[in-house]
Design a protein. Structure first.
Length: 98
């Protein structure tokens, strides 16, 4: 592993962790941590639990369930098709000689 690893301090459920991550992963890791902590707050607000472990477990179940849901390739392909058509029009205009 020749990637540059950077040390980061993260907080999940009021506990600090020190990790070394690839610089290219930093933004994704920070967004994921933010989502996890927001979900913990949401579950603490809406459901009763005995301790933080209950909320972390609920968030883990939510996250794992979200990962199992199939993505909608039709939505992606439609977006890609629109973008390709736009690019084709731009190329056609650029190549058109009057």
């Amino acid at each position: 592993m020749s990637e540059n690893l950077i040390p980061v301090n993260i907080v999940i459920a009021d506990r600090s962790y020190r990790l070394k991550i690839a610089t290219t992963d930093e933004e994704v890791v920070r967004k994921t941590i933010k989502t996890i902590n927001e979900k913990i707050v949401e579950y603490k607000t809406n459901f009763s639990g005995k301790d933080m472990q209950d909320y972390v477990s609920m968030v883990l179940l939510w996250f794992a369930t979200e990962m199992q849901k199939p993505t909608d390739p039709g939505w992606l392909s439609q977006e890609n098709e629109i973008e390709i058509n736009r690019m084709e029009e731009m190329i056609d205009r650029a190549l058109k000689v009057d």
